[in-house]
Design a protein around this ligand. Structure first.
Ligand code: NAP
Length: 347
């Protein structure tokens, strides 16, 4: 006959057993960054076992492949390529990949679809921040703000001069948007008060109601290239839009045209862009996104005066990034519970 345990000890063992059972039934979530806003991580920690990469640079691929094994959900960022190899390494229990971004070109969504893995993203919440940054970049490039600012520090500012550091106004310009979705429409709305001559947009589907709100006209890609003084790239990166701005496209653009890209670096053939800028085939470019990211500091683009480059900060306003963290967490919790996600990519 085994010795009888005191009641308190039995109760403690039962509680411990319950906790261990609860823990083992908790979903396992891997977060590829430790520095996403904690409000999102807190939501996950309430009911999941959460582990994170520990450095503020992207998790190395070999590490991701190692740690994703056995996880039920992956919380990732645009710096993480989530392809077949990562999904294979995760295993069949993986139910959800949620990215803290609206762009999901880094995720093999077709492979997710085949495996029944749900994909979450963060549209809408970052639309205003990205549209705002696009306007800032557009004005900075158009009016040569960074070039002029350097002159203040390097002694180039000798005196006021009538034609020195002149740029182009937005007023009276023809603005073409490649992409007229959530962000494109908000960019257009912010351009209207600057009194452009015309706003045009190029997309596969017509958006008559949204276009009417900003008096925009749908044009094909070639017409946009030929007619625009300013082109803003705000479309998704897909096989169709990959390097759509290539040498042929630059040949068709007006020599005073300025190209702004706040979508994805891959939409632009960067070597062709460099040539177009260097030879003054086009006037200037403003890029929030490049290939690769970060752009190496010896990249030839950085030697040119007629380009403004930002380090992919389109959605980088504090409240936006906090909310993006929470939405990513809520997407995961919903997917794990089999509920409707806040924002799910249609597969
Ligand atoms: P969205 O609402 O889905 O809009 C995407 C637009 O791209 C749509 O108008 C779509 O129109 C158009 N498009 C797709 N394929 C096209 C093609 N082959 N030719 C012409 N147009 C095409 O997405 P969003 O929320 O506005 O975001 C747009 C992109 O911005 C994201 O995918 C992301 O890569 C980028 N982004 C960057 C930052 C940053 O930090 N710089 C921040 C947020 C977003 P049709 O489908 O009718 O063709």
């Amino acid at each position: 006959m085994p010795p009888r345990l005191p009641f308190g000890q039995v109760r403690n063992l039962l509680i411990q057993g319950h906790i261990i059972r609860r823990m083992s039934s908790q979903h396992k979530v891997y977060v590829t960054r430790p520095d996403v806003d904690d409000s999102g991580l807190e939501l996950l920690r309430k009911s999941c076992q959460v582990s994170t990469w520990h450095e503020t640079n992207p998790v190395p691929r070999s590490e991701l492949i190692r740690v994703v094994a056995g996880k039920d959900a992956l919380y990732c960022a645009l710096t993480d390529k989530v392809d077949k190899e990562v999904l294979d390494a995760a295993g069949p229990q993986l139910k959800c990949v949620a990215t803290i971004s609206v762009g999901y070109d880094h995720i093999d969504v077709e492979e997710c679809r085949k495996r029944g893995i749900r994909v979450g993203f963060t549209p809408d919440v970052l639309t205003d921040a990205t549209a705002e940054l696009t306007l800032a970049l557009l004005l900075a490039t158009n009016r040569r703000l960074f070039e002029a600012n350097k002159q203040v520090y390097n002694g180039g500012w000798k005196s006021w001069a009538p034609m020195w550091m002149c740029g182009q106004g937005l007023k009276g310009s023809r603005v073409g948007l490649l992409g007229f979705g959530r962000i494109g429409q908000e960019i257009a709305a912010r351009i209207v008060p600057f009194k452009p001559t015309e706003i045009t947009y190029t997309t596969r589907s017509l958006r008559p109601k949204e276009a009417a709100a900003v008096n925009a006209r749908h044009v094909d890609f070639d017409e946009m290239l030929r007619e625009s003084d300013l082109i803003v790239v705000c479309c998704a990166l897909t096989p169709e839009t990959k390097e759509i701005f290539n040498a042929t496209a630059f040949q068709k653009m007006k020599p005073n045209c300025i190209l702004i890209n706040t979508a994805r670096g891959g939409v632009v053939d960067q070597k062709a862009l460099y040539e177009a800028l260097k030879t003054k085939r086009i006037l200037a470019a403003g890029l929030d996104v490049t290939t690769p990211e970060p752009l190496p500091i010896d990249d030839p683009l950085l030697k040119l005066d007629n380009v403004v480059i930002l380090p992919h900060i389109g959605s980088a306003d504090i409240e936006t990034r906090k909310e993006m963290s929470r939405i990513t967490a809520r997407n995961i919790l919903a997917a794990l519970a089999g509920d409707k996600m806040v924002a799910e990519v249609e597969l």
